[in-house]
Design a protein around this ligand. Structure first.
Ligand code: FBP
Length: 552
């Protein structure tokens, strides 16, 4: 395989680790836990894995004798920078705890477990992928592990290869599945442990113990570099408004973090739109106000950041989507209609009056997208909805009206962008390379300690890596009951942007000045892998502010 000079140099990078993981370790059980909500229902659904204690690692005089284990790892869902380092940390951890330990990789995501597609990962392979982006070492997939026959297929392959534990590297949905699997295997006493690792660029898998999911740091840095470059271009040419949609299926953490890193003229936060019960017209009006004000000052250019999930947070559209989810779940009649027009009429005839009005008001392409296939977890595929174009179209209409009324005198030339796939497989930042390696190492320890139904956790992430705190969190601790595909089920509670949290408050305090003055633009530049720590090792601004620290 041909490699760039950076790839060659980066292969030698030694991830920084918490001090405790470098020493001899003893495992300590901490406080008992409860689920985030709906405690009694969840305790009943997970009698074997509910309420387990937090796990801590302490320094000890000598390493305990850890038993020999064989482990299978699964990469699940969308790519996130650092996944290869989780696997490298897991491999190195397993080998350090017992040199006879073996690591297998299930190919193509959770389906690899069911279809028995698996291969052993040896040192040579692991070395090839250290500190690289992507999930290509074994591939990923979005198959949902939810049915007993799938769990049984998993037992078959684990028995064949003597696999004692499975590590699922995934987002909220995949870790929910990991917990269901752990519960099933524990109930069946089949001797297969399941451990999760918090992955997703979206940053919405977090609580006070899981401080962030991996990949968020790198993806935001990549997008912020691009936004900064666009802002410099906008400020040079002074002729375009750039509407930039950013990935993040539900929560707006990516849009918020990128706003904190680049200080754009407008940043929309879906959670705020929902909380204020704004309509699509209200959102457009807020953008138009900024455009008019800047035009009055002779500035016919700017940047607008739009979170990918915006459309789902507009209350009326949210209601429409919820009705569509209930109507279209496993609806063969709808699928068999075949043509777009027939399906549109079918939907219109079955929606409530209010939702039908919203459905009809949306451009046909966007309305159509809302009725198309959900991902295997029942989510609308928002990355395919071109919200930036919708907002450009609506803003242009409104500005034309204002021009006719002589309120707006500017020029509105636009360019739409979508940044998503550009950042998901980037070479991990130092932060993600270090964090992921520690997560993998932690997973190895949890397995060797016989734990199941836990997620690897590494905390205190704004301190230097040597002071990070590693341990385990029972996955049930993150659960609540939510409606999916028309039914209430236990799932990991998604961490949306907290409108009372410091990151959003910072945006709120500064956005007026950012809207009006392009001197506020920040140009972050590319991720740096070699150089001074203040340039190379900075965590996200979101994490820094959440920890009560300053970013100025
Ligand atoms: P995960 O939740 O699996 O980490 O994936 C997140 C994400 O990158 C979203 O930001 C985006 O909407 C979605 O995946 C895109 O999915 P796909 O990779 O299937 O196109």
């Amino acid at each position: 395989m041909k490699k760039s000079p950076l790839q060659i140099a980066r292969a030698w990078y030694m991830p920084k680790m918490p001090k405790v993981l470098q020493d001899n370790i003893v495992i300590r059980e901490g406080e008992k836990t409860e689920s985030a909500a709906d405690q009694s229902e969840i305790a009943e659904l997970f009698p074997n894995t509910y309420g387990m204690p937090l796990i801590y690692f302490d320094k000890s005089e000598q390493m305990p004798d850890f038993p020999q284990v064989n482990v299978g790892v699964i990469l699940s869902g969308g790519q996130a920078p650092g996944g290869h380092n989780v696997i490298a940390g897991l491999y190195d951890g397993l080998k350090r705890l017992n040199s006879a330990n073996k690591l297998y990789g299930f190919i193509g995501g959770p389906s690899g477990l069911i279809e028995h597609k698996v291969r052993q990962l040896n040192k040579e392979t692991i070395d090839e992928y250290r500190n690289t982006g992507g999930f290509d070492i074994i591939g990923s997939g979005r198959t949902k592990l939810e049915e007993e026959w799938q769990f049984e297929k998993g037992i078959e392959i684990c028995k064949m290869l003597n696999i004692n534990a499975i590590v699922v590297i995934g987002g909220d949905d995949s870790n929910t599945n990991a917990c269901v699997l752990a519960e099933y295997y524990k109930k069946k006493k089949c001797g297969i442990q399941v451990i999760g690792c918090p992955k997703t660029i979206d940053g919405d898998l977090k609580n006070e113990i899981i401080e962030t999911s991996f990949g968020f740091d790198t993806a935001c840095k990549v997008y912020s570099e691009l936004i900064g470059n666009i802002q410099r271009d906008a400020n040079s040419a002074k002729k375009y408004w750039h509407f930039i949609r950013l990935m993040g299926r539900s929560a707006s953490h990516i849009a918020l973090e990128c706003a904190l890193q680049t200080q754009p003229n407008v940043a929309i936060i879906s959670e705020e739109v929902e909380a204020k019960a704004l309509t699509l017209d209200d959102v457009v009006e807020s953008i138009v106000n900024a455009i008019v004000k800047r035009a009055d000052a002779g500035l016919n250019f700017g940047t607008v950041l739009i979170p990918e999930g915006l459309i789902e947070f507009i209350p009326a559209v949210k209601k429409l989507i919820s009705e569509l989810n209930d109507m279209l779940a496993d609806n063969e009649e709808f699928v068999e209609l075949g043509t777009e027009d027939a399906q549109r009429e079918y939907v219109k005839g079955r929606l409530s009056e209010e939702s039908c009005k919203v459905f009809r008001s949306l451009p046909k392409g966007i309305a159509r997208q809302l009725t198309l296939d959900r991902d295997p977890h029942g989510n609308v595929q928002v990355s395919l909805i071109e919200t930036e174009k919708l907002l450009i179209e609506m803003a242009a209409k409104r500005l034309a009206q204002l021009k006719a009324e002589k309120i707006y005198k500017g020029k509105f030339a636009t360019i739409g962008h979508f940044f998503g796939y550009e950042g998901r497989c980037a070479i991990p930042s130092n932060f993600d390379a270090d964090y992921c390696y520690s997560l993998g190492f932690t997973a190895a320890l949890l397995i060797s300690a016989g734990k199941t139904g836990y997620m690897a956790s590494v905390r205190n992430l704004t301190a230097p890596a040597s002071e990070w705190v590693a341990g385990g969190v029972p996955i049930t601790m993150l659960f609540n009951m939510e409606k999916r595909k028309g039914k209430f089920v236990p799932v990991i509670q998604k961490a949306l942007v907290n409108l009372n949290g410091a990151p959003f408050k910072y945006l709120e305090q500064h956005r007026e000045e950012w809207a009006n003055d392009q001197l506020n633009y920040i140009y972050p530049g590319p991720i740096q892998y070699f150089g001074p720590s203040e340039v190379c090792d900075q965590p996200t601004r979101t994490l820094t502010l959440e920890k009560g620290e300053k970013i100025d």
